[in-house]
Design a protein around this ligand. Sequence first.
Ligand code: ADP
Ligand code: MG
Length: 343
Amino acid sequence: MKKKIAVLFGGQSTEHEVSTASATSVLKNINRTKYDVYPIGITKNGLWFKYTGNLDNIESGEWEKDESYKIPQGQNILFNKEVDIVFPVLHGLFGEDGTIQGMCKIFNIPCVGPGVMSSAICMDKIYTKYLLQKFNIVQADYVVINGYEYEDNKDAFLEKIEKKLGYDVFIKPSNGGSSVGITKAHNKEELTLGIKEALKHDRKILIEKAINAREIEVSVLGNDYPEASIPGEVIPAKEFYDYEAKYKSEASKLLIPAALCASKLQTIREQAIKIYKILDCAGMARVDFLVDKQTEEVYLNEVNTIPGFTKISMYPKMWDATGKNFETLIDELIILAIERNNK
Ligand SMILES: Nc1ncnc2c1ncn2[C@@H]1O[C@H](COP(=O)(O)OP(=O)(O)O)[C@@H](O)[C@H]1O
Ligand SMILES: [Mg+2]
């Protein structure tokens, strides 16, 4: 009998729209001779839809207009064990952060990608830093701000940041993605505004020294013996890779392999696997680095446990360049999820 797989899309995060694009390409490339596919849409308000309509209506948001697909309360397909596997093609909070992974774990359903703890740590940029620091992984210098402490100690925080990091700096919500809430500050005024903006998205934020860097990414796949793809490079169309440069601008460029010498590429691949293992990732992750343009020093930037999956996204493209096409990749991810669940 064919295994039943739920492909979750949409979701309650700021990356809802990115997810619908990613899920559309996953749904179009999943092997239907092997799997019975259940596309499950999650609205921004957290309602679940068992969507059986046209796949071309997912990205536009049209799918949620037909209420007949809505799953009645109390009949969640995971609770009811209607499916054998879950592929959460959800980015950001309530999807990439360990919450859906926890739900699957409670109902003993294999779930594609890293487990609860790994997902939660990778989602949280501050905790990723804390943990990797212990293993001497090179990362940009930073300062952490808790929202509740900031208002009463603004000057002290600003002074600390200027003293420790200088300018330019990046200001980021600790839990976020797709550059939402992230700004670059070149002076105190922008820093103050950036902190205010980031605190709208999260109660704890990270101020990071800006590295004059090239952005190098690596796709990692596997459980106990992960493999790394050929590293790729993104060349943002704007000053940094913000939401617009990522999804709206045609001018951002992707380069696979990244234009670095063979030994540097090899070092970065090995570093990606090392980081993947420290963070206890499973299934997949895309490990993003910043490589200093002058010194070529390699800094870890962040780890994405449910990376973009659109046809033009780096994760599948880097695998394609390494000899694994989209369809094979999806199949391997599902097999890895089953394998990990059985342990
Ligand atoms: N320390 C830094 N130095 C230089 N550029 C950075 C730094 N941190 C972030 N950026 C830029 O901002 C973008 C988004 O930051 P990132 O930490 O990757 O957040 P997200 O999870 O939203 O992708 C990066 O792709 C890069 O262009
Ligand atoms: Mg990023």
